[in-house]
Design a protein around this ligand. Sequence first.
Ligand SMILES: [Zn+2]
Length: 325
Amino acid sequence: MERTLAVIATLVACRGSQPAAPAHTAYDPMPTVIAGAFPPDRGPDGNSVVLRAPRGLIVVDTGRHPAHQDKLLAFAHAVGAPIAAIVNTHWHLDHTGGNARLRAVYPGAEIVATRAVEGALVGFFPNGRAQGDALIASGKATPQQIEDIRLGRAAVDDTRNLLPTRPIARTGAVDIAGRPLELHVAPFAATEADLWIYDAATQTVIAGDLVVAEVPFFDSGCPQGWRAALGEIAATPFVRLIPGHGEPMTRDAFARWRAAFDALLDCAASTADGATCVAGWRTGAAGFIPAGDEARIDEYTTYYVTEILRSPAAHERFCHPLRAE
Ligand SMILES: [Zn+2]
Protein backbone atom coordinates (compact mmCIF):
# COMPACT_ATOMS: atom_id res chain seq x y z
CA MET A 1 0.00 0.00 0.00
CA GLU A 2 2.80 2.42 0.85
CA ARG A 3 4.34 1.81 -2.53
CA THR A 4 1.02 2.49 -4.29
CA LEU A 5 0.63 5.77 -2.45
CA ALA A 6 4.16 6.76 -3.38
CA VAL A 7 3.40 6.11 -7.02
CA ILE A 8 0.22 8.14 -6.87
CA ALA A 9 2.18 11.00 -5.28
CA THR A 10 4.77 10.75 -8.03
CA LEU A 11 2.12 10.82 -10.74
CA VAL A 12 0.42 13.84 -9.18
CA ALA A 13 3.76 15.63 -8.90
CA CYS A 14 4.47 14.98 -12.57
CA ARG A 15 1.36 16.87 -13.59
CA GLY A 16 2.72 20.13 -12.13
CA SER A 17 4.46 22.84 -14.13
CA GLN A 18 7.99 21.76 -13.20
CA PRO A 19 10.10 20.45 -16.05
CA ALA A 20 9.71 16.69 -16.25
CA ALA A 21 12.40 14.68 -14.50
CA PRO A 22 14.27 12.16 -16.62
CA ALA A 23 11.72 9.48 -17.45
CA HIS A 24 13.69 6.63 -15.96
CA THR A 25 13.61 8.14 -12.49
CA ALA A 26 9.90 8.96 -12.50
CA TYR A 27 8.54 5.58 -11.50
CA ASP A 28 9.03 2.97 -8.82
CA PRO A 29 10.84 0.16 -10.64
CA MET A 30 9.82 -2.64 -8.27
CA PRO A 31 7.43 -5.20 -9.78
CA THR A 32 4.00 -5.85 -8.29
CA VAL A 33 2.76 -9.44 -8.36
CA ILE A 34 -0.96 -10.04 -8.76
CA ALA A 35 -1.05 -13.70 -7.75
CA GLY A 36 -2.97 -16.20 -9.83
CA ALA A 37 -5.37 -18.57 -8.09
CA PHE A 38 -5.46 -22.36 -8.52
CA PRO A 39 -8.73 -23.50 -6.94
CA PRO A 40 -9.42 -27.24 -6.92
CA ASP A 41 -12.44 -27.12 -9.23
CA ARG A 42 -11.12 -24.79 -11.93
CA GLY A 43 -8.21 -24.18 -14.26
CA PRO A 44 -5.51 -21.93 -12.81
CA ASP A 45 -4.76 -18.27 -13.45
CA GLY A 46 -1.09 -17.56 -14.02
CA ASN A 47 0.60 -14.90 -11.91
CA SER A 48 0.51 -11.42 -13.38
CA VAL A 49 3.38 -8.99 -12.84
CA VAL A 50 2.84 -5.25 -13.19
CA LEU A 51 5.79 -2.99 -14.00
CA ARG A 52 5.55 0.80 -14.00
CA ALA A 53 6.94 2.58 -17.03
CA PRO A 54 7.10 6.19 -18.25
CA ARG A 55 4.14 5.73 -20.59
CA GLY A 56 1.96 3.62 -18.29
CA LEU A 57 1.87 0.09 -16.94
CA ILE A 58 3.32 -3.08 -18.41
CA VAL A 59 1.21 -6.12 -17.47
CA VAL A 60 3.01 -9.43 -17.83
CA ASP A 61 0.32 -12.12 -18.34
CA THR A 62 -3.38 -11.52 -17.93
CA GLY A 63 -4.87 -14.63 -16.29
CA ARG A 64 -7.84 -16.70 -17.39
CA HIS A 65 -10.78 -15.61 -15.25
CA PRO A 66 -12.57 -12.23 -15.08
CA ALA A 67 -11.98 -12.11 -11.30
CA HIS A 68 -8.21 -12.02 -11.98
CA GLN A 69 -8.55 -9.28 -14.60
CA ASP A 70 -10.71 -7.28 -12.18
CA LYS A 71 -7.66 -7.12 -9.89
CA LEU A 72 -5.43 -5.90 -12.73
CA LEU A 73 -7.91 -3.22 -13.77
CA ALA A 74 -8.39 -2.15 -10.14
CA PHE A 75 -4.63 -1.79 -9.75
CA ALA A 76 -4.36 0.40 -12.86
CA HIS A 77 -7.25 2.50 -11.58
CA ALA A 78 -5.67 2.83 -8.12
CA VAL A 79 -2.33 4.08 -9.43
CA GLY A 80 -4.00 6.23 -12.08
CA ALA A 81 -1.91 4.92 -14.96
CA PRO A 82 -3.08 3.29 -18.18
CA ILE A 83 -2.10 -0.22 -19.21
CA ALA A 84 0.29 0.63 -22.04
CA ALA A 85 1.51 -2.87 -22.87
CA ILE A 86 0.78 -6.53 -22.26
CA VAL A 87 3.61 -9.04 -22.37
CA ASN A 88 2.54 -12.67 -22.77
CA THR A 89 5.21 -15.09 -21.58
CA HIS A 90 3.52 -17.88 -23.57
CA TRP A 91 0.21 -18.67 -25.22
CA HIS A 92 -1.46 -20.81 -22.54
CA LEU A 93 -4.88 -19.36 -21.83
CA ASP A 94 -4.23 -18.98 -18.09
CA HIS A 95 -1.73 -16.28 -19.17
CA THR A 96 -3.41 -14.78 -22.26
CA GLY A 97 -7.14 -15.22 -21.63
CA GLY A 98 -7.46 -11.75 -20.12
CA ASN A 99 -5.85 -9.84 -23.00
CA ALA A 100 -9.23 -8.96 -24.55
CA ARG A 101 -10.72 -7.64 -21.34
CA LEU A 102 -7.75 -5.37 -20.59
CA ARG A 103 -7.66 -4.09 -24.17
CA ALA A 104 -11.39 -3.36 -24.08
CA VAL A 105 -10.53 -0.78 -21.41
CA TYR A 106 -7.09 0.20 -22.80
CA PRO A 107 -7.35 -0.29 -26.58
CA GLY A 108 -3.89 1.17 -27.13
CA ALA A 109 -2.16 -1.60 -25.15
CA GLU A 110 0.26 -3.42 -27.41
CA ILE A 111 0.72 -7.19 -27.14
CA VAL A 112 4.38 -8.19 -26.88
CA ALA A 113 4.87 -11.94 -27.42
CA THR A 114 6.48 -14.51 -29.64
CA ARG A 115 4.56 -15.84 -32.62
CA ALA A 116 4.31 -19.36 -31.18
CA VAL A 117 0.58 -18.78 -30.63
CA GLU A 118 0.13 -19.12 -34.39
CA GLY A 119 1.08 -22.79 -34.13
CA ALA A 120 -1.20 -23.26 -31.12
CA LEU A 121 -4.14 -21.85 -33.09
CA VAL A 122 -3.84 -24.67 -35.64
CA GLY A 123 -2.19 -27.42 -33.61
CA PHE A 124 -3.25 -27.32 -29.97
CA PHE A 125 -6.34 -25.19 -29.40
CA PRO A 126 -8.50 -27.11 -31.93
CA ASN A 127 -7.82 -30.35 -30.02
CA GLY A 128 -8.65 -28.70 -26.71
CA ARG A 129 -11.82 -27.27 -28.17
CA ALA A 130 -12.97 -30.69 -29.40
CA GLN A 131 -12.26 -32.18 -25.96
CA GLY A 132 -14.19 -29.37 -24.26
CA ASP A 133 -17.16 -29.76 -26.62
CA ALA A 134 -17.18 -33.52 -25.98
CA LEU A 135 -17.10 -32.99 -22.21
CA ILE A 136 -20.05 -30.58 -22.35
CA ALA A 137 -21.98 -32.94 -24.67
CA SER A 138 -21.41 -35.83 -22.26
CA GLY A 139 -23.38 -34.02 -19.57
CA LYS A 140 -20.58 -34.77 -17.09
CA ALA A 141 -19.02 -31.29 -17.00
CA THR A 142 -19.38 -29.28 -13.80
CA PRO A 143 -20.69 -25.69 -14.08
CA GLN A 144 -17.13 -24.49 -13.36
CA GLN A 145 -15.73 -26.64 -16.15
CA ILE A 146 -18.38 -25.37 -18.57
CA GLU A 147 -17.52 -21.78 -17.66
CA ASP A 148 -13.79 -22.41 -18.20
CA ILE A 149 -14.45 -24.13 -21.54
CA ARG A 150 -16.55 -21.19 -22.71
CA LEU A 151 -13.94 -18.66 -21.58
CA GLY A 152 -11.29 -20.59 -23.48
CA ARG A 153 -13.40 -20.82 -26.61
CA ALA A 154 -14.06 -17.06 -26.59
CA ALA A 155 -10.35 -16.31 -26.12
CA VAL A 156 -9.26 -18.62 -28.96
CA ASP A 157 -11.88 -17.17 -31.33
CA ASP A 158 -10.66 -13.62 -30.64
CA THR A 159 -7.29 -13.94 -32.38
CA ARG A 160 -6.87 -10.15 -32.57
CA ASN A 161 -6.29 -10.19 -28.82
CA LEU A 162 -4.03 -13.27 -28.82
CA LEU A 163 -1.61 -12.57 -31.67
CA PRO A 164 1.26 -10.22 -30.86
CA THR A 165 1.05 -6.67 -32.17
CA ARG A 166 4.79 -6.58 -31.50
CA PRO A 167 6.23 -10.01 -32.26
CA ILE A 168 9.48 -10.93 -30.54
CA ALA A 169 11.71 -13.29 -32.50
CA ARG A 170 14.93 -13.35 -30.52
CA THR A 171 16.61 -12.51 -27.24
CA GLY A 172 17.59 -8.88 -26.82
CA ALA A 173 17.12 -5.53 -25.14
CA VAL A 174 13.81 -3.80 -25.80
CA ASP A 175 11.99 -0.65 -24.75
CA ILE A 176 8.41 -1.23 -23.64
CA ALA A 177 6.33 1.84 -22.80
CA GLY A 178 9.61 3.71 -22.22
CA ARG A 179 11.11 1.12 -19.84
CA PRO A 180 14.18 -0.88 -20.83
CA LEU A 181 13.89 -4.65 -20.34
CA GLU A 182 15.75 -7.75 -21.51
CA LEU A 183 13.49 -10.22 -23.27
CA HIS A 184 14.74 -13.79 -23.60
CA VAL A 185 13.25 -16.31 -26.03
CA ALA A 186 13.53 -19.95 -24.96
CA PRO A 187 12.95 -22.30 -27.87
CA PHE A 188 10.92 -25.46 -27.17
CA ALA A 189 10.62 -25.23 -23.41
CA ALA A 190 7.21 -24.99 -21.66
CA THR A 191 5.93 -24.02 -25.11
CA GLU A 192 7.41 -23.59 -28.57
CA ALA A 193 8.92 -20.17 -27.81
CA ASP A 194 8.62 -18.99 -24.21
CA LEU A 195 9.40 -15.40 -23.39
CA TRP A 196 11.03 -14.62 -20.06
CA ILE A 197 12.13 -11.24 -18.78
CA TYR A 198 15.23 -10.09 -16.99
CA ASP A 199 14.79 -6.65 -15.44
CA ALA A 200 18.31 -5.44 -14.68
CA ALA A 201 17.03 -2.39 -12.74
CA THR A 202 15.62 -4.62 -10.00
CA GLN A 203 17.56 -7.83 -10.75
CA THR A 204 14.27 -9.63 -11.25
CA VAL A 205 13.50 -12.59 -13.50
CA ILE A 206 9.87 -12.91 -14.61
CA ALA A 207 9.94 -16.54 -15.63
CA GLY A 208 6.44 -17.32 -16.90
CA ASP A 209 5.78 -21.06 -16.79
CA LEU A 210 9.46 -21.96 -17.12
CA VAL A 211 9.07 -22.05 -13.34
CA VAL A 212 5.82 -23.36 -11.82
CA ALA A 213 6.33 -23.90 -8.12
CA GLU A 214 3.96 -26.85 -7.58
CA VAL A 215 4.94 -28.90 -10.63
CA PRO A 216 6.18 -27.95 -14.10
CA PHE A 217 3.10 -27.90 -16.35
CA PHE A 218 4.36 -30.14 -19.13
CA ASP A 219 1.14 -30.05 -21.21
CA SER A 220 3.02 -28.61 -24.21
CA GLY A 221 6.55 -28.97 -22.83
CA CYS A 222 9.78 -30.11 -24.46
CA PRO A 223 12.00 -31.57 -21.69
CA GLN A 224 15.47 -30.89 -23.05
CA GLY A 225 14.69 -27.34 -24.24
CA TRP A 226 13.11 -26.54 -20.90
CA ARG A 227 16.14 -27.82 -19.01
CA ALA A 228 18.39 -25.59 -21.15
CA ALA A 229 16.18 -22.54 -20.52
CA LEU A 230 16.53 -23.00 -16.75
CA GLY A 231 20.30 -22.96 -17.22
CA GLU A 232 20.05 -19.60 -19.00
CA ILE A 233 17.91 -18.18 -16.22
CA ALA A 234 20.47 -19.36 -13.64
CA ALA A 235 23.19 -17.52 -15.58
CA THR A 236 21.58 -14.10 -14.99
CA PRO A 237 22.45 -12.22 -11.77
CA PHE A 238 18.87 -12.15 -10.49
CA VAL A 239 18.01 -11.78 -6.81
CA ARG A 240 14.28 -12.54 -7.15
CA LEU A 241 12.39 -14.73 -9.57
CA ILE A 242 8.65 -14.54 -10.13
CA PRO A 243 7.31 -17.88 -11.34
CA GLY A 244 4.28 -18.43 -13.58
CA HIS A 245 2.46 -19.95 -10.60
CA GLY A 246 3.40 -19.84 -6.92
CA GLU A 247 5.38 -17.54 -4.66
CA PRO A 248 8.40 -15.45 -5.71
CA MET A 249 11.72 -17.26 -5.23
CA THR A 250 15.20 -16.31 -4.07
CA ARG A 251 18.23 -17.64 -5.96
CA ASP A 252 18.55 -20.45 -3.40
CA ALA A 253 14.89 -21.42 -3.76
CA PHE A 254 15.21 -21.45 -7.55
CA ALA A 255 18.31 -23.65 -7.31
CA ARG A 256 16.38 -26.13 -5.15
CA TRP A 257 13.44 -26.10 -7.56
CA ARG A 258 15.74 -26.55 -10.55
CA ALA A 259 17.48 -29.53 -8.91
CA ALA A 260 14.06 -31.15 -8.40
CA PHE A 261 13.18 -30.43 -12.06
CA ASP A 262 16.42 -32.03 -13.28
CA ALA A 263 15.88 -35.04 -11.00
CA LEU A 264 12.35 -35.50 -12.39
CA LEU A 265 13.64 -35.51 -15.96
CA ASP A 266 16.52 -37.84 -15.08
CA CYS A 267 14.14 -40.23 -13.33
CA ALA A 268 11.69 -40.22 -16.25
CA ALA A 269 14.57 -40.98 -18.65
CA SER A 270 15.67 -43.94 -16.50
CA THR A 271 14.07 -47.35 -16.08
CA ALA A 272 12.72 -46.38 -12.64
CA ASP A 273 9.09 -47.03 -11.86
CA GLY A 274 6.84 -44.02 -12.62
CA ALA A 275 5.67 -43.91 -9.01
CA THR A 276 9.30 -43.48 -7.92
CA CYS A 277 9.62 -40.38 -10.13
CA VAL A 278 6.37 -38.93 -8.75
CA ALA A 279 7.53 -39.54 -5.17
CA GLY A 280 10.91 -38.00 -6.06
CA TRP A 281 9.25 -34.80 -7.26
CA ARG A 282 7.18 -34.62 -4.07
CA THR A 283 10.34 -34.88 -1.96
CA GLY A 284 12.53 -32.63 -4.11
CA ALA A 285 9.86 -29.95 -4.41
CA ALA A 286 8.87 -30.06 -0.73
CA GLY A 287 8.10 -26.50 0.32
CA PHE A 288 6.87 -25.56 -3.17
CA ILE A 289 3.69 -27.68 -2.98
CA PRO A 290 1.01 -26.01 -0.83
CA ALA A 291 -0.12 -28.09 2.15
CA GLY A 292 -3.20 -30.08 1.27
CA ASP A 293 -2.46 -30.02 -2.46
CA GLU A 294 -0.16 -33.08 -2.50
CA ALA A 295 -2.67 -35.55 -3.97
CA ARG A 296 -3.61 -33.26 -6.85
CA ILE A 297 0.05 -32.55 -7.62
CA ASP A 298 0.78 -36.31 -7.60
CA GLU A 299 -1.97 -36.72 -10.23
CA TYR A 300 -0.42 -33.99 -12.40
CA THR A 301 3.09 -35.44 -12.04
CA THR A 302 1.88 -38.96 -12.87
CA TYR A 303 0.20 -37.65 -16.00
CA TYR A 304 3.29 -35.72 -17.12
CA VAL A 305 5.67 -38.63 -16.52
CA THR A 306 3.44 -41.05 -18.42
CA GLU A 307 2.00 -38.90 -21.20
CA ILE A 308 4.81 -36.42 -21.90
CA LEU A 309 8.20 -37.26 -20.40
CA ARG A 310 8.02 -40.95 -21.38
CA SER A 311 6.16 -40.43 -24.65
CA PRO A 312 8.29 -40.29 -27.82
CA ALA A 313 5.22 -38.93 -29.64
CA ALA A 314 4.99 -36.02 -27.18
CA HIS A 315 8.68 -35.22 -27.68
CA GLU A 316 8.12 -35.28 -31.43
CA ARG A 317 5.12 -32.99 -31.09
CA PHE A 318 6.42 -30.44 -28.60
CA CYS A 319 10.13 -30.24 -29.51
CA HIS A 320 9.17 -29.06 -33.00
CA PRO A 321 6.91 -26.28 -34.29
CA LEU A 322 3.24 -27.02 -33.64
CA ARG A 323 1.23 -27.85 -36.72
CA ALA A 324 -2.26 -28.93 -37.65
CA GLU A 325 -3.08 -32.50 -36.64
ZN1 LIG B 1 0.37 -21.23 -16.50
